[in-house]
Design a protein around this ligand. Structure first.
Ligand SMILES: O=C(O)CCC(=O)C(=O)O
Ligand SMILES: [Fe+2]
Length: 338
């Protein structure tokens, strides 16, 4: 897979200093990076005071790559401490980085969390975890994490995904592929815009996997948005065998095209990958976990951008397998109106 150059945005020094200082102040005031109305009020106020320079760095993704890397933050490996062996023990480790990520997310849109994932935290710790090596989740390691739309099963999924790198000694690549870089035959696009099979909840949502109150809705893989194609794609959780044969062929050709245009992004500590979750799928190459406190460690935030028209309106009627999205709008944490 080519390590093709990806768009990089360099944070200026004043923005870096402002992010650090604001995050430290918020952390002092709130004592934790876990969700609370106070945290959201502080984040919204600070984001409202951000400079034009910072807002420019955080402008919408403006190329067909469907992503960019934000460079310039610093991670002090000693302050950070050891990489935890699972999200459940990560707690407030690296909390100042959680808050810097949430500040950036609050400039780009509204951070979201899931009631049923990582205890409703707005920043997820992505680390390899013993016992989860071969799953299709962020906690895996020794298997290829197939390209996927984040939280593809749910209509409230993020518009933007942020992956902030804390540690990556073995230079393990995140992969990403944009639908806007693929070449697809018109008949394949037409087939894949038909709602044909569902996307089921992934292994990070054990409760949702038991949801059987209503049938799983069939959803389209592609959508012709005003400015081009968008996608909703998660082959590991799509029962493709239930689809008609032309759909299956078109889906496989899309998969192959995404593999062809895929890029490998090796994040360095302090770099943040921002992925447009409607344009690009992401995954990760397999790697050998260390489990000695020096493992790769990413922090993940998810963002909704109000007013985006990148998805079919029919999504608003989906049940989302009973999973509640929480939004970090000031003064409340609640399920958004889709
Ligand atoms: O580990 C990575 O590079 C990406 C993992 C992933 O898919 C995620 O955190 O959503
Ligand atoms: Fe992911």
């Amino acid at each position: 897979m080519p390590t093709a150059p990806v768009p990089v945005r360099h944070l200026d020094d004043a923005s870096v200093r402002w992010l650090r200082r604001s995050a430290e102040q918020i952390l002092n005031a709130c004592g934790t990076s876990a969700a609370s109305p106070r945290l959201f009020d502080n984040l919204a106020r600070a984001a409202g005071e951000s400079s034009g320079r910072l807002r420019h760095h955080c402008r919408p993704i403006d190329t067909a790559d469907g992503l960019f890397v934000l460079r310039g933050l610093r991670v002090d490996a000693d302050d950070l401490g050891a990489t935890p062996t699972g999200w459940a023990t990560a707690g407030d480790n690296g909390a100042v980085h959680d808050i810097m990520l949430l500040l950036l997310a609050s400039v780009m849109g509204h951070p979201i969390a899931w009631e049923g994932q990582q205890e409703g935290r707005f920043v997820h710790n992505i680390v390899p975890s013993p016992g989860h090596e071969t799953e299709q989740t962020g906690a895996s390691s020794t298997v290829l994490l197939s390209p996927h739309t984040e939280d593809a099963f749910h209509p409230g999924r993020a518009h933007l995904l942020m992956l902030g790198c804390m540690r990556n000694h073995d230079r393990i690549a995140t992969t990403a592929a944009s639908v806007r870089k693929t070449h697809l035959a018109e008949q394949d696009v037409q087939a894949l815009t038909r709602a044909t099979v569902p996307i089921l909840p992934d292994d990070a949502y054990t409760q949702a996997q038991g949801y059987a109150r209503q049938p799983s809705p069939a959803v389209p893989t592609l959508f012709a948005a005003e400015d081009g194609l968008t996608l909703r794609f998660d082959p590991a959780y799509t029962p493709l065998r239930d689809a008609d044969v032309p759909y299956q062929h078109a889906y496989r050709r899309l998969h192959a095209e995404l593999a062809r245009v895929s890029v490998a992004v090796i994040l360095e500590p302090g770099e943040t990958l921002v992925v447009d979750n409607d344009l690009a799928v992401h995954g990760r190459v397999p790697f050998q976990p260390r489990y000695d406190g020096t493992d790769r460690w990413l922090k993940r935030a998810s963002i909704r951008v109000p007013g985006r028209r990148t998805r079919p309106p029919s999504e608003a009627g989906e049940h989302g397998y009973g999973q509640a999205v929480l939004t970090a709008r000031p003064g409340r944490a609640r399920t958004p109106k889709l």
